[in-house]
Design a binder for this molecule. Structure first.
Ligand code: 5GP
Ligand code: MN
Length: 349
């Protein structure tokens, strides 16, 4: 099936449905929340559907300007509200993840769901067998960019006909996933941005909410992190580990370490940045790389994760991977140095 045929099929499935629900990955970022809100607002305002978005976790506060404006079903701290919503959902739209395990606590519920599941996502290697219809393209900036194409194709109308909230949410997700146009920018990305601007999206207001509304605590934490917890490896790696003591001392909230992993890449010789922070019994890992070094391969091989070529994530499990939290940094440094040496020797062959 080509793209137009898929869009037509989705359009027909939506027509047949009264209740349509979206779901995105755990610890939602701007692209996950943006695509969820964009889709829900389109379904509700353009097509008069009973639409809502299930979120597996709390949303970072810098995205709250988007998420109060469509119906939100919290999938935490327990899954009962999500379960109720799914029981009356006719069509489920899965956004910004490539397999159901990325929804973590909601995975079991989603696997039991008997209705149609549609995937719209930009990660490599989607588990297509888990969905009834897949829009998947790893060659776009963001799920929001792919969703934009799907919505225009389904509606047959220009960007100016999209609900203003949909346009604003799409611009938000594209902006955060490109790191404000610093990476993964394709011709279609700028075309979309241009069309959304022409349609009236207030981009300055979005940038203000995303990047200029920090709490001072976050900057203080950033300062201590860079001066005390950044370790550079001669092979071109950088490693940062923030333990539970650091996180509680700085009173960091959900999403407030977002972007910390990018900072070491500003250093000339750093090709790979690995950031880990304590999260309950485990450590969450974020990885970023410069072109030519695969963050995704590192995440997949050593950190039970995956993602994009230059931006990926995973986890370190205690005691499976390391005996205790004290061993996290030496563990990351050892793996990262070895990985960079191996990559270097592959390049020389
Ligand atoms: P972040 O570092 O911002 O949490 O994640 C960066 C990228 O890696 C995102 O595209 C995200 O979807 C992906 N990612 C993060 N954690 C995981 C994980 O545990 N498993 C997989 N497969 N991908 C992940
Ligand atoms: Mn994304």
């Amino acid at each position: 099936m080509n793209f137009s045929e898929k869009a037509l099929l989705l359009s027909n499935w939506i027509k047949e449905s009264k209740v349509v629900t979206t779901v995105c990955h755990a610890r939602p970022d701007g692209d996950a929340a943006g695509s969820s809100v964009a889709m829900a607002a389109y379904l509700e305002q353009s097509l008069s559907k009973d639409a809502a978005s299930i979120f597996p976790d709390a949303l970072p506060s810098n995205l709250s300007f988007l998420t109060g404006r469509t119906k939100l079903v919290p999938g935490w701290p327990d899954t009962s509200l999500a379960e109720e919503r799914l029981a009356r959902t006719d069509l489920l739209v899965c956004l910004d993840f490539n397999n159901l395990s990325r929804t973590e606590g909601l995975e079991g519920l989603l696997r039991q769901y008997k209705g149609r599941k549609v995937l719209i996502d930009h990660h490599e290697d989607p588990r297509t067998e888990e969905f009834d219809l897949c829009f998947s393209d790893a060659g776009v900036s963001s799920t929001c960019e792919l969703l934009y194409s799907v919505l225009l194709e389904m509606s047959g109308a220009p960007a100016s006909a999209l609900p203003p909230l949909t346009a604003e949410a799409l611009m938000t997700g594209m902006t955060t996933d490109t790191n404000n146009f610093a990476n993964s920018v394709h011709p279609g990305t700028l075309k979309m941005a241009s069309e959304l601007l022409a349609a009236g999206v207030d981009r300055d207001a979005i940038i203000d909410r995303l990047y200029f509304c920090e709490r001072p605590q976050r900057l203080a934490a950033q300062g201590e992190m860079l001066s005390k917890h950044l370790h550079l490896l001669p092979e071109g790696g950088a490693c940062i580990v923030l333990d539970s003591d650091f996180l509680s001392r700085h009173d960091l909230r959900e999403g407030e370490t977002e972007g910390f992993v990018n900072m070491p890449l500003a250093i000339e010789n750093v090709r790979l940045s690995v950031f880990a922070r304590a999260d309950g019994d485990l450590f969450r890992v974020s990885i970023r790389s410069k072109r030519g070094t695969s963050a995704r391969l590192l995440a997949k091989t050593y950190f039970h994760g995956g993602g994009h070529e230059q931006a990926s994530g995973g986890r370190i499990l205690i005691p499976q991977d390391v005996a205790s939290a004290d061993e996290i940094r030496p563990y990351i440094e050892h793996i990262t140095a070895r990985f960079l040496q191996e990559q270097g020797s592959v390049e020389q062959q």
